[in-house]
Design a protein around this ligand. Structure first.
Ligand code: IPE
Ligand code: IPE
Ligand code: MG
Length: 256
């Protein structure tokens, strides 16, 4: 039997890997950070902005090509109205304050998720930030908002179905590579390292497709306390990992 066509992860990344090119982070623990200080949860969300800045700056220094941050899940709408409102205000404030500096530092900013669900003013700001940084290529920062991994897979399948309906694609031509290209982040290097702060050991519906062969790193550090040193520690551990993609260690040994 012919082996199945390997996915993009398995074909070109079996190598002695260096630093990660694409890092994703579930920025969790803001609420507990605030509670420990007897402050409202929104205080923890605001404090998390400093950690975002620190991580973006560290990625610029470490030569990372793409950083994908989980800022608001499709399930987070279920939180109390006040908290959702505070998060939306924080996104507006952050967009108004940070975009110029990001642009000046060569960052391309993208929002991934179902953006149509946000109010018109916020949606417009997100689009403007994407447009104004679109020419940059030093570091791509993706902010996942109203994002869910199952939504992502579903919308890619819908794109495939539409291409079939238009007569541009036959069903048997739908393969992993084509679906991957329709998935959010499809044009970027494969996800190398997925970090979750805040101590929970789950993906919470983040990047389900893209995480297939990512290295997972969980830390108890709460997001507002995460900084460049924490990121560096995660990268150091990542570099020590052996990425086998189903092969054996011996198969990975460099040729004599
Ligand atoms: C993550 O921190 C931020 C968002 C989900 C928006 P949390 O708000 O989930 O903080 P904890 O997990 O309750 O501490
Ligand atoms: C995941 O954190 C979403 C973000 C960090 C944006 P949650 O705090 O919402 O995840 P659960 O509910 O603990 O799984
Ligand atoms: Mg949480």
């Amino acid at each position: 039997m012919m082996p199945a066509a390997p996915s993009r992860d398995a074909t070109d990344t079996v190598r002695q890997h260096g630093a990660p090119l694409h890092i994703a982070i579930v920025m969790d623990g803001n609420g507990r950070w605030a509670r420990a200080r007897h402050r409202p949860r929104s205080f923890g969300h605001s404090a998390g902005r400093k950690a975002v800045r620190a991580v973006v700056e560290a990625c610029l220094r470490e030569g990372v090509q793409a950083l994908t941050l989980f800022a608001f899940s499709s399930e987070n709408w279920l939180r109390p109205r006040d908290e959702v409102g505070a998060l939306m205000n924080l996104f507006v404030r952050a967009l108004d304050k940070e975009v110029d500096e990001l642009r000046a530092n060569g960052v391309r900013l993208r929002f991934v998720g179902e953006l149509g669900a946000f109010d018109a003013g916020l949606h417009r700001r997100m689009q403007a930030a994407m447009d104004s940084t679109a020419q940059n290529s030093r570091l791509q920062v993706n902010v996942a908002v109203n994002y869910g991994g199952r939504w992502d897979i579903t919308q890619a399948c819908r794109c495939a179905a539409q291409a079939v309906a238009r007569g541009e694609l036959r069903p048997e031509e739908i393969d992993e590579a084509r679906l991957d290209a329709w998935m959010s982040l499809g044009a970027l290097p494969p996800l190398d390292l997925l970090i979750r702060t805040g101590g929970e050991l789950r993906l919470s519906n983040f990047l389900l497709w893209q995480a297939a062969y990512a290295e997972l790193y969980f830390t108890d550090t709460l997001w507002p306390d995460f900084d460049a040193a924490c990121l560096h520690q995660a990268i150091e551990e990542y570099v020590q990992r052996e990425r086998r993609y189903g092969r054996t260690s011996e198969q990975l040994a460099p040729l004599p």
